[in-house]
Design a protein around this ligand. Structure first.
Ligand SMILES: Cc1cc2nc3c(=O)[nH]c(=O)nc-3n(C[C@H](O)[C@H](O)[C@H](O)COP(=O)(O)OP(=O)(O)OC[C@H]3O[C@@H](n4cnc5c(N)ncnc54)[C@H](O)[C@@H]3O)c2cc1C
Ligand SMILES: Cc1cc2nc3c(=O)[nH]c(=O)nc-3n(C[C@H](O)[C@H](O)[C@H](O)COP(=O)(O)O)c2cc1C
Length: 612
């Protein structure tokens, strides 16, 4: 929106002597503040008779009560949206709009804004929840998720509910968070209105069917209870993503792409700089940038060979026609194996893949996919394929995103990334990653299509005087480079403490020189490092956290924010366990109280994780 000064120009019914005040009031406010103000004035207008002057705040110096809007009737339906990358949020908002259009009151609440105890008052609850990390709920839903599993969770015999679960079947713990919430609610005595639906990455169709059923159930229930409640005004939908998406990306120029680790590093890591005019207005530190990659030719060739198909075959699907080569290069996953592919392979080859497909033993699938890609599956279980059948069996490509390692306040229209090259490991046989291999092959001055994935929960504190503690081993350090640039450029007065971990100080201390210079400038106040291979015993960041227990607890007790970024499967749980120990020991608390202390930290928005 334009600033206050320009939008107030022109002819309108405010006396001249008030215009300056209005301009002063509106200038510099953000969108939420302006919306609040518009609601505030609307409230005063509602209680002011036409033609009479308003009474707002004070009369002749004496305080008066501001006009209060009548308390709205509680909406019949609460849709709890527990989302990290916004897919579930969109489903929730669409469902709420459909319910409201049917004349039934509904609200969408983000899990991070929901007090878990509120659940005792709900009558009808739909939960739309995705799974992240290693089978975890989205961060915003952690307090709710944990609460449901504790003794503090109330019995819920009056509650009717349904769960839509979003996930990705290439992860061993497919849709775990949705399953757990569904089961916990049932265990608390709530009545399941609909069977839970578990959606894979192409969630739209299944989610729509679930939402249609969910709406039908609301229609049945509404007249019998609070269905006559007025239609609640839909909250203005906040755009979840910036304008750019994977389907509608922008073209960026590659300014730099260089290896930033020594030869003895665990894996190759690249520092990448991208730019296009206006990029700096589209992201904030904490956001990630997606790169539209193409699958490696080697992976495409291997799939064509294993399926014995011709690259030039024309394939039409969902109204689009490309050659098989183009489908495999741009549109389909060739490196991450998902269950639907295994089902299709089983059907065609008549091989028995039931052990891999057994959802009660997800480890079998994860062990298999650690050393197999699509071509391996096709080669191991030979079958007759047509080009159409193969394209239909492979799932649509999923976007890869990278934490942005810069701040526009420091680098303007550039975005920097820190990309580990999957498959470059020196001591493990890991398969080449599709996107990270593509990144390695992006020469300086070439162009690449990108989009921004916003993460409004992972931000530097709004209050610049707060201290921050950043735990980011390996590429997990990327967003903290952006945080530090931002805090320095904006003159934040709070202290900055970094925990970094890698294999060896000599080979893979990412951005070492920058941290040292920041320490000298006094814009970084403390760095604790853990290099696992520099001594006989393995030392990781969680060990350093325990060693720094006293200071860490003092910083947190003093209002510091704690951020964790990087590996979801081992690092984040280990760091969490170390944090619980620190709080227990330093706060003299028992395990339950330490857990509650850390949960409060999360609820306050001061324990923030971005793990992958
Ligand atoms: C919010 C977010 C931020 C991220 N930020 C960064 C970042 O700053 N830097 C960065 O390098 N990455 C980051 N990632 C990870 C990145 O998006 C990709 O997942 C990663 O680059 C692997 O993609 P790929 O296409 O190269 O490999 P894929 O083609 O997806 O994987 C190839 C094979 O390797 C295996 N594999 C994939 N990843 C790993 C792994 N990490 N460890 C072991 N095996 C693996 C898979 O099982 C597969 O068989 C982030 C992810 C998210 C969600
Ligand atoms: C870092 C990361 C980890 C994920 N881990 C899992 C997982 O363990 N299990 C699963 O089923 N899906 C997993 N997913 C897939 C997401 O649940 C899926 O993309 C979903 O559509 C996201 O919905 P949201 O945008 O509402 O958060 C993961 C996605 C990301 C980016």
């Amino acid at each position: 929106m334009s600033n206050g000064a320009t939008f107030l120009q022109g002819k309108f019914p405010i006396p001249d002597d008030r215009r300056g005040l209005l301009t002063q009031l509106a200038t510099g406010l953000d969108r939420e503040q302006l919306l609040w103000l518009s609601g505030y004035f609307a409230g005063i207008a509602a209680s002011t008779p036409s033609g009479a002057p308003s009474v707002a705040g004070h009369v002749l110096g004496a305080p008066v009560a501001l006009p209060q809007a009548a308390a709205p009737a509680a909406p019949l339906l609460t849709i709890l949206s527990a989302s990290h990358t916004g897919n579930g949020r969109k489903v929730s908002e669409k469902l709420a709009a459909a319910v409201q259009a049917a004349g039934v009151s509904a609200r969408v609440v983000k899990a991070g804004d929901y007090q878990p105890r509120e659940i005792a008052k709900e009558k009808l609850l739909y939960v739309v929840i995705s799974t992240h990390g290693d089978g975890d709920p989205p961060d915003e839903a952690r307090a709710f998720y944990e609460f449901l599993g504790t003794k503090r969770a109330p019995p819920l015999p009056e509650l009717q509910y349904a769960v839509l679960s979003l996930g990705d079947s290439s992860y061993p713990k497919f849709c775990e968070a949705g399953r757990v919430v569904d089961e916990r609610l049932a265990k608390l005595g709530a009545k399941r209105l609909l069977p839970r639906v578990d959606c894979d990455v192409d969630f739209e169709k299944l989610a729509k069917t679930w939402a249609d059923d969910a709406l039908a159930r609301v229609r049945e229930i509404a007249p019998k209870s609070a269905g006559a409640a007025p239609v609640a005004a839909a909250a203005p939908a906040q755009p979840v993503h910036a304008e750019l998406t994977r389907a509608q990306p922008a073209t960026a120029e590659v300014l730099a792409n260089q290896r930033i680790v020594g030869r003895g590093a665990l894996r190759e890591v690249r520092h990448v700089e991208l730019s296009f005019p206006g990029l700096g207005n589209l992201y904030k530190p904490g956001d990630a940038l997606g790169i539209v990659h193409r699958n490696p030719e080697s992976a495409i060739d291997a799939v064509l060979k294993a399926a014995r198909l011709d690259a030039a075959a024309q394939v039409s699907l969902d109204g689009r026609t490309h050659t098989l080569h183009e489908w495999l290069r741009d549109e389909r996953e060739l490196t991450r194996i998902a269950r639907p592919l295994l089902v299709a392979v089983q059907d065609r080859s008549k091989a028995d893949l039931s052990a891999l497909l057994d959802t009660r033993n997800p480890q079998a699938l994860s062990k298999f996919t650690a050393t197999a890609q699509v071509s391996d599956v096709l080669a191991r279980y030979p079958a007759e394929w047509t080009a159409e059948a193969l394209v239909a069996a492979l799932r649509p490509v999923t976007g890869r995103v990278y934490s942005i390692a810069s701040s526009p306040a420091a680098v303007g229209d550039e975005a920097h990334l820190t990309v580990a090259v999957v498959g470059s490991d020196t001591d493990r046989r890991l398969l080449a990653g599709a996107a990270s291999a593509f990144v390695v092959g992006m020469p300086v001055d070439s162009q690449v299509n990108v989009w921004i994935e916003r993460n409004d929960r992972f931000r530097v504190p709004a209050d610049p005087s707060r201290d921050i503690i950043m735990i980011g081993p390996g590429t997990g350090v990327a967003p903290f480079r952006g945080f530090l640039q931002e805090r320095e450029a904006t003159g934040a007065t709070g202290r900055n403490w970094l925990f970094y971990g890698g294999r060896s100080l000599y080979h893979d201390f990412l951005y070492q020189l920058e941290w040292q210079q920041a320490l000298k400038r006094n814009s970084l106040h403390r760095v604790d490092v853990a290099f696992s291979r520099d001594q006989s015993e393995k030392i990781y960041v969680q060990h350093r956290i325990r060693q720094a227990a006293r200071d860490l607890y003092a910083w947190l007790s003093n209002g510091a924010y704690l951020y964790v970024c990087g590996d979801a499967s081992a690092m984040a749980p280990d760091v969490h366990a170390a944090l619980l120990e620190v709080v227990k020991e330093q706060g003299n608390l028992d395990a339950d109280d330490a857990q509650a202390w850390v949960s409060d930290l999360t609820t306050d928005g001061r324990y923030l994780r971005d793990v992958y």
